[in-house]
Design a protein around this ligand. Structure first.
Ligand code: SF4
Length: 333
């Protein structure tokens, strides 16, 4: 299904005269790793090494490995450019997946009955077809709006788990959003950011579902309970990830200082992955604030019993913003 763009990849390797490349694919694309590596070996003279470490998102490029291996090019599949100073040339291959637009629009119509205007959003895999979807919806009497690409989401309508700006900056108010893609990770983020109803059109299995309001309510209750628990903490660990696109040391320092001003002992902890094994031995910390990927806190870290707040929730803890101002209003902006 994925457009692996093998010819483009090989041509770039030759054009750059790369003699060793590092290939990085997110977990879901690893079944294609050997196919890509094989093609590169057969069509170029470059040596190929495949990154076996985790790759959680566009922020998580294997620049450290690339430097250690002294490669000439890092080939990163599955994401668009995240605007990271990688210290090594990076070739991004978005791995698009095309779908049948008219079939999807027909399937989605009953779920948006009564909606005069909708916003469209998707991951990088499907953004090239959003305009086609908008045209097809218009023919059915629905006005579809697509936000302009911005920053780390350069394509119109594109979303990341931590950024919805390109999908949500619309010139007009909409009744809700159609998210095109698989899973609930991105639609949930879209709902938390916009506070709007979300219909999920899954191009992989053709299903159309509506994001359940009760799921959002349960999440809100869980987050509020954690926030309340964190409010009594007198010692807090502020987590900073070493992943290239997540390093937020200045934010963490600022948060730690503000906590200090409120007589809360705050310590900055620098780590690659936020896991129970890393955190549990910091037994003085009564809570953690993580400035890495906001979805880590939201999804929870198995085995960590203490509250882990996002940076946004930390602002609520500090009294800089109210809960009502964040939940459904740029909670994950
Ligand atoms: S910070 Fe999290 S949500 Fe954002 S790109 Fe990285 S892994 Fe994805």
């Amino acid at each position: 299904m994925y457009e692996l763009e093998l010819e483009r990849v090989a041509a770039e390797i030759v054009r750059r005269g790369a003699s060793r490349v590092l290939l990085q694919l997110p977990d879901g694309m690893r079944p294609f790793a050997f196919q890509v590596a094989d093609y590169i070996r057969k069509t170029t003279s470059a040596e190929v090494v495949i990154s076996g470490d985790s790759c959680y998102g566009a922020c998580d490029i294997a620049s450290r490995q690339a430097i250690e291996l002294n490669v000439d090019l890092l080939i990163h599949y599955g994401h668009s450019c995240f605007d990271i100073a990688a210290d090594v040339p990076v070739l991004y291959v978005e791995a698009r997946i095309l779908f049948d637009v008219s079939k999807m629009v027909e399937a989605v119509l009953p779920s948006i009955s009564g909606w005069g205007k909708v916003g469209l959003a998707s991951t990088i895999q499907h953004t090239t077809q959003l305009c086609e979807v908008a045209v097809a919806l218009k023919q059915k009497g629905v006005k579809a709006l697509i936000g302009e690409g911005v920053g780390i989401t350069p394509e119109a309508g594109q979303v990341l788990g931590c950024s919805y700006a390109a999908a949500t900056k619309l010139p007009e108010e909409v009744n809700g959003y159609i998210f095109i893609g698989g899973g609930r990770f991105h639609p949930l983020g879209l709902a938390l950011t916009t506070g709007k109803p979300i219909v999920i059109a899954n191009p992989y299995n053709g299903s159309v579902t509506r994001l359940d309001e009760s799921e959002l309510m349960q999440l809100a209750k869980r987050r509020m309970a954690l926030l309340t628990a964190a409010k009594s903490a007198k010692t807090i660990g502020v987590l900073v990830s070493s992943k290239p696109g997540q390093r937020a040391l200045p934010d963490a320092i600022c948060l730690a200082e503000k906590l200090g001003d409120r007589d809360i002992r705050a310590f900055i902890i620098y780590l690659d992955e936020v896991r129970a094994e890393q955190l549990n031995n910091f037994n003085e910390a009564e809570a953690f604030i993580e400035t890495a990927c906001p979805r880590i806190a939201l999804d929870g870290v198995a085995g960590v019993e203490r509250p882990i707040l996002t940076s946004t929730e930390a602002r609520v803890l500090l009294g800089e913003r109210s809960w009502e101002e964040t939940w459904g209003h740029g909670y994950l902006s």
